[in-house]
Design a binder for this molecule. Structure first.
Ligand code: SAH
Ligand code: SF4
Length: 387
């Protein structure tokens, strides 16, 4: 690969990079900061609510704080949101944003307006290390976790865009179905979820926040205790041998162990647990597969989303034929398991599930593995140059 193909090297502003991002602080951290500065504790709640409830993102606008406190906030914190590297609008009105973190990493989010709600699909990591064979993000490997502030910044950016479009309301639903395995970045994801459902912040109900996971059982159990938001499980097959081949996580947490944790998960009553099931021709789409799936979800309030696999450069797997999908769906619905077929939104802009690989416009037809190698090389060159 010639150097002309390497990504431009992003150099963070030296004056900005070392500052603490204001969006990473939980309320408790603002309280500690106020105490350190000799400020009244109630200032902490005010700052937190300016940011995450009123979405005013510069201390200049914090009108109930003294000028001295506003100046201190401006000086001690970084108030910048991730940059928007590119922005694609789909024919179906969903919009995909390629975001650049302040250290130059790329992640994606997708805003999906529907008639009665607006769903934001957010990323929790740069890449993912779980290695599922059918997933483009998985091909990138993991670069790093996002901080809670970087996760929440995606909502702030989406709301800003919705306002610009003239929408009366901001994001109403959040799904952790962008890049990354959210439960592999547990602490930051939990802190972000707490802010999402806090009435003094974004104020969403726990039923409107969905964490999607490939099945990290210990963290599912932790989430059950810490903050039982809605859960989506990327299942894709209910056959242990097949699942271990498609999803390495299954070699550590097999279907039995996963099922046990799901039976104990206090999912919001009306919704139960959602299962994501990518339909891959000849792999997991016959009636025997459907039978195993029915057995697996027995005893759970389950909905199964059937997702014809989205293609990306470098994979051989093909989408199941329409009649296969229909027969599979019928097998489930005949047994009272809701099983809508979900054609991902935003496919024309590669915004569909499993298509997220933080690609720039001119990279959409690139093999994600090759792209990841190139990015790693560029970052190594960058860190060698700066050391
Ligand atoms: N890591 C989490 C969150 C990512 S969500 C998880 O796996 O649940 C992304 C969703 O898209 C998951 O359900 C994933 O299984 C699904 N997916 C991955 N690759 C896909 C593809 N090529 N086509 C359709 N869906 C895919
Ligand atoms: Fe990671 Fe989810 Fe993709 Fe698997 S499906 S590689 S867990 S993002």
């Amino acid at each position: 690969m010639s150097d002309s193909n390497a990504l431009p090297i992003y150099k963070p502003e030296p004056s900005i990079a070392p500052l603490q991002s204001a969006f990473d602080f939980a309320l408790s951290e603002w309280k500690r900061w106020c105490a350190e500065k000799g400020l009244p504790t109630f200032n902490a709640g005010q700052i937190y609510s300016w940011i995450f409830e009123k979405e005013v993102l510069s201390p200049d606008g914090f009108t109930n704080l003294s000028q001295a406190t506003r100046t201190l906030l401006s000086e001690e914190f970084d108030w910048s949101l991730p940059g928007i590297e590119s922005h694609l609008i789909s024919k179906d009105t969903s919009e995909k944003f390629l975001l650049k973190t302040r250290d130059g990493n790329l992640v994606e989010m997708v805003v999906m307006p529907y008639e009665n709600r607006t769903t934001l699909c957010i990323s929790s990591q740069v890449g993912c290390r779980m290695g599922c064979t059918f997933c483009q993000t998985g091909k990138l490997g993991l670069m790093r976790n996002l901080s809670s502030g970087e996760i929440l910044a995606q909502i702030l950016l989406a709301n800003r865009r919705l306002k610009e479009l003239g929408h009366a309301r901001g994001v109403t639903n959040i799904v952790f179905m962008g890049m990354g395995e959210p439960l592999d970045n547990y602490e930051a994801v939990l802190q972000a979820c707490k802010t999402m459902v806090d009435p003094k912040a974004f104020g969403l109900s726990t039923a409107r926040v969905t964490v999607s996971t490939s099945g990290l059982v210990p963290e599912i159990r932790r989430l059950a205790k810490d903050l039982p938001v809605r859960l989506a499980i990327s299942l894709h097959t209910a056959d242990d041998a097949k699942r271990s081949a498609m999803m390495p996580v299954n070699r550590t947490y097999s279907l039995d162990v996963l099922k046990e944790a799901l039976l104990e998960y206090p999912a919001p009553k009306r919704y139960g647990i959602t299962f994501e099931y990518v339909m891959i021709e000849g792999e997991n789409d016959n009636i025997l597969d459907a039978k195993k799936l029915v057995r697996f979800v027995h005893g759970l309030k389950a909905k199964v989303n059937l997702i014809p696999i989205n293609h990306f450069p470098g994979i051989e797997m093909r989408r199941s034929e329409a009649d296969r999908i229909q027969a599979f769906q019928k097998y489930l619905t005949d047994r009272s398991i809701p099983a809508p077929v979900r054609y991902s939104k935003g496919q024309d802009i590669s915004g569909g599930c499993g298509q997220l690989a933080a690609k720039r416009k001119d990279e959409l037809d690139r093999d994600p593995r090759e792209l990841a190698r190139e990015r790693r090389r560029a970052r190594r060159t960058e860190s060698n140059a700066s050391s």
